[in-house]
Design a protein around this ligand. Sequence first.
Ligand code: HEC
Ligand code: HEC
Length: 343
Amino acid sequence: MMRVLAGFVFFLLAGYVQAFDYLQPLPPVPPSPADNQPTQAKIQLGKQLFFDSRLSYAGRTSCNHCHNILAGGSDGRPLSIGDSGQANKRHTPSLWNVAYQSVYFWDGRATSLELALQEHLLQTHVMGMPNKNTLVGRLKAIEGYAKAYQQVFTTDLTFDGIAKALSAYIRTLITPNSPFDRYIRGDKTALTDKQQRGMTLFREAQCLACHFGINFSGPAPGPAMNMGDGFYELFPNYRGTVYEKRLKIADDLGRYTVTGDPGHKLMWRVPSLRNIALSAPYFHNGSADSLQQAVTVMAATQRQRTLTAKEVDLLIAFLNSLTGEYPSQTMPLLPPTPNKAVP
Ligand code: HEC
Ligand code: HEC
């Protein structure tokens, strides 16, 4: 499989059209790598770590600070402020259903969830840990973590293991049974008439050429896509629209910043559209503050098409049907450090 697949080509290859279901329901359980199979104890440890701000250098930022799991999975800001007090360059994605992605980050630079988190923990404007040992040392000094870690991994606490436990928890963040899923499974009453017309338009306007598969972000890891291979597209696909300057969408060169390959300029991982109604603002720089605007910009920049207000409304109706059921999250108890300051 090519590392960079172009959606239109993919769409037009008759073989794939037959071999691949463009509209797919969310499977109940995502894949986990052989060396990080989930257990209840590992997931519980990952969840504690996720909500614990001691994972950040200054101690004020938990993962949940930006990826608010109790809400849509992000913080609603165009660009989030990290532990350093400074804003990130790219918008915070929702973590719900990321378990079905084949590469991570907007530019796809991480080839697994575990590797994404290893990088993330050490990013200055995210958790701000200066190096692996600082984090490992701090968590080891918290007795509850040292013990729980031993029980889960049967070794002393390591940096890799921290990323593994966090990944195991993130793979439980699945939102099944959206109206769309119920419809695809055969309940023809699950979508309203308007949503069905929106789905037809989504296909007819060829949004589906890029946004298809489990997460509407291209093929998930499986027969059509190896884990670590990404599905990238140009954004903007057509240059020179009014939105390009207004939203500064061509200022960041996307995948090129990772590979340095001129052919990758302005290429981005096709993002998920599941629960999209709940993760405003939109785009890699958070520049579109409503779904109406994001859809309008997409049609113009990707399909060179000006949508009528009615068409935008239909597409939004369909996109609303992609909001699934959020399993309620109980807050974990975090291991204390009796009679001591945070190590
Ligand atoms: C300061 C805000 C902030 C904090 C805190 C934060 N993240 Fe992120 N996260 C981001 C941003 C911004 C991105 C996108 C970065 C990029 O694409 O370059 C991201 C991306 C991710 C991704 C990849 C998602 C995808 O769609 O590819 C995962 C997974 C993730 N974060 C998990 C975590 C975990 C686990 C923690 C805690 C250890 C955490 N994040 C803490 C802002 C944050
Ligand atoms: C040529 C491929 C392509 C086509 C066609 C396309 N998109 Fe996209 N879409 C993308 C890419 C790539 C991005 C990520 C943009 C970025 O990096 O900011 C995206 C982003 C989005 C987003 C914002 C996602 C987020 O989390 O911020 C929405 C909503 C969206 N598309 C909807 C649509 C709709 C509706 C259509 C049809 C009118 C469409 N797209 C057509 C490739 C495409």
